[in-house]
Design a protein around this ligand. Structure first.
Ligand code: 2AM
Ligand code: CA
Ligand code: CA
Ligand code: CA
Length: 269
């Protein structure tokens, strides 16, 4: 993708994200229609669907040859990542949106022939926009995020992760994960994968590990984290596939091998 195209797309996507965010903020006190998806705690609201429709409608009108992967069903069914593909999560952190009315984000990643070109993660209620253009660095609002420090120690690291790692699970032995938690400095759980990836890019947590996420949860965050000098693979160190679900280890590169080789791999089931 050439520079002009990237810049034009960036400006257009940013404008739509701010508009969609304003609509959500405006309606944050209105009654919600909430339904469930795969299980009773997997929530979706009309705001998730309306926000996704907001983007799909505009993208299809303005860029009829662009393709869309998105959570709530208005996107395309893609078999590959050829062409320009928008990967959208209209509300990441729906449980937070419903219960807390904050700590949720709009996540938009734009890829061209499989390469991440533009990423946006917008914390709507905090009015904070994380963004990146390929080769242009990562930003928090107008502030360029510094490259992650090269000397982070695992024993001084804070890792974003949820409690399911400590329950019996199909991926990694839970006693190995208990040892991992005693090795690191602390854990955090924010409830929005997109925001957790943005926080790794910002350096306020040093890694984020998760067992299974969809492309729209991570598409923008991978680009933003990469531009901040972070690294992302699946739990075993292999490449992430944006056409399927993945386990994720996204972190400061200086602790990657400790997380994967010294811990996750040792408990691999
Ligand atoms: P979501 O809010 O867009 O569904 C914490 O639950 C994180 O995991 C959120 O980013 C959430 O995204 C994501 N997630 C992925 N699959 C989920 C599922 N089946 N149920 C709940 N959250 C899920
Ligand atoms: Ca969801
Ligand atoms: Ca999500
Ligand atoms: Ca969502």
């Amino acid at each position: 993708m050439d520079l002009d195209t990237r810049n034009t797309l960036y400006d257009q996507a940013k404008k739509w994200i701010m508009e969609a965010g304003a609509i959500i903020k405006d309606q944050i006190g209105a009654p919600l229609e909430i339904t469930t998806k795969s299980n009773p705690n997997d929530l979706v609201t009309t705001m998730d669907k309306n926000t996704e429709y907001f983007f799909v409608n505009r993208i299809k009108r303005e860029f009829p040859n662009h393709l869309i992967i998105s959570e709530e069903g208005y996107g395309d069914d893609l078999k590959d990542l050829e062409g320009t593909v928008w990967i959208i999560d209209p509300i990441d952190g729906t449980m937070n949106f419903v219960h807390q009315k904050r700590n949720f984000a709009i996540s938009v990643g734009i890829y061209h022939d499989g390469i991440g070109e533009i990423g946006f993660i917008y914390d709507v209620m905090d009015d904070t926009l994380y963004s990146a253009k390929r080769g242009g660095g990562a930003y928090k609002n107008d502030f360029r995020l510094p490259t992650l420090p090269a000397d982070r120690k695992i024993t001084e690291s804070i890792i974003g992760m949820n409690h399911y790692w400590l329950c019996e699970n199909r991926l990694v032995d839970e006693t190995v994960m208990q040892h991992f938690i005693r090795t690191i400095r602390g854990t955090r759980l924010y409830g929005s994968a997109a925001l957790e990836l943005a926080y790794v890019a910002e350096g306020i947590i040093d890694g984020y590990i998760t067992m299974s996420l969809a492309p729209w949860d991570i598409a923008a965050g991978l680009i933003i984290l990469d531009e901040a000098g972070g690294i992302s693979t699946n739990a075993w160190g292999a490449d992430i596939n944006l056409l399927s679900t993945n386990s994720i280890v996204a972190c400061n590169p200086s602790i990657q091998s400790q997380i994967i080789d010294d811990h996750l791999q040792k408990g691999r089931k």
